[in-house]
Design a protein around this ligand. Structure first.
Ligand SMILES: [Zn+2]
Ligand SMILES: [Zn+2]
Length: 254
C-alpha cells in the first residue's frame, strides 16, 4: 500500500491510501481543487480514488466532499447520523450509509470503521488493511478501547497530536473552547497522544505520523518533543513525521 496525508490540521484533513492503483480517501476536508492539486503533486489522479470515507460532520473533514464526489463520480461512505448532520453531497445517490463498526472491501483493501469519543453525532475512525494495517485516528477526546486496539495493532499510524497543553492554557481561546478541547469529547494533546503510543503501540509500527495539529495551540516542534518519551520504549523505532496543513506528507509505502 501507498499512503500519505494530503492535508491534516485544524484547517482541513484528507488522507490517501492506495493499493495497486485503487485508492480511498479518509475525509475530504480541503477543497476539491486542493484535493486535485495535491493528488497531482504526489503523481496520482482523481480516477485512482474509488471511495471517500467520512469520519464526522465537522467542516475540516467534509469541505471538498460534495464537489469532488460529483465531479469525479466517487461514492461517499458515512454513518447515517453523520450524513444527516451536514450536506455531504447534493446528489444523495452518491452517499452510502454505513454502520459505525462496519468493514468494506475496496480495491483489494479492507476498510474498517470504529467508533470513538468526539463532539459529533456519530464519529468514527478508520483503518485500512491488506495484510499490513494503516490506522487513521484524529478528533478523539481520549484513547478509548477502540483507539487503543488500533494503536496497538498497526504498521502505520496517523494519530492526532492536537495541542500543547501550555499553549492552549495561555492562548487566546475563550474558556468554554479550552474546556471542550481538553474534554473527553475534544481532542488529544501532544502528551496524551505520546502516552497512548508509549503504552500501547507494538514494535511492528513502522510509521507514526502526528496529525491534526492545531494552528494556534501547537507547533510541529512541540509535538515532536512530546514524543521523545518513546526513546524509553524497547524494540520500538518507527519513523516519526508531522503531517502538514499546506502540503502533502511524503508518500509512504508498506
Ligand atoms: Zn477535525
Ligand atoms: Zn472534529
Amino acid at each position: 500500500m501507498e499512503f500519505c496525508a494530503l492535508a491534516s490540521g485544524s484547517s482541513g484533513n484528507c488522507f490517501y491510501v492506495e493499493n495497486s492503483g485503487n485508492a480511498v480517501l479518509i475525509d475530504a476536508g480541503i477543497s476539491a481543487k486542493q484535493i486535485f492539486e495535491r493528488l497531482s503533486s504526489i503523481g496520482k489522479k482523481p480516477e485512482n480514488v474509488k471511495a471517500i470515507f467520512i469520519t464526522h460532520e465537522h467542516s475540516d473533514h467534509i469541505r471538498g466532499a460534495d464537489v469532488f464526489t460529483r465531479k469525479f463520480n466517487v461514492p461517499i461512505f458515512a454513518t447515517k447520523k453523520t450524513s444527516e448532520s451536514c450536506n455531504l453531497c447534493s446528489d444523495s445517490d452518491m452517499i452510502n450509509i454505513i454502520k459505525n463498526d462496519e468493514s468494506f472491501s475496496i480495491g483489494g483493501m479492507r476498510v474498517e470503521a470504529f467508533s470513538k469519543s468526539h463532539k459529533a453525532s456519530d464519529p468514527v475512525s478508520f483503518n485500512v488493511s491488506n495484510g499490513k494495517k494503516i490506522s487513521i485516528i484524529t478528533d478523539v477526546g481520549f484513547a478509548c478501547e477502540n483507539v487503543i486496539a488500533n494503536v496497538s495493532d498497526s504498521d502505520a499510524l496517523f494519530l492526532e497530536s492536537n495541542y500543547d497543553e501550555t499553549m492552549l492554557e495561555n492562548g487566546p481561546y475563550p474558556y468554554f473552547l479550552k474546556k471542550w478541547i481538553k474534554s473527553d469529547i475534544g481532542h488529544l494533546s501532544n502528551s496524551q497522544s505520546a502516552l497512548c503510543v508509549l503504552e500501547n503501540a507494538n514494535s511492528k509500527l513502522r510509521y507514526l505520523i502526528l496529525s491534526h495539529l492545531s494552528k494556534n495551540n501547537n507547533t510541529p516542534q512541540a509535538a515532536l518533543e512530546s514524543f521523545n518519551i518513546l526513546k524509553e520504549k524497547k524494540n520500538f523505532s518507527p519513523r516519526i513525521l508531522v503531517s502538514e496543513r499546506e502540503s502533502p506528507s511524503s508518500l509512504m509505502r508498506l
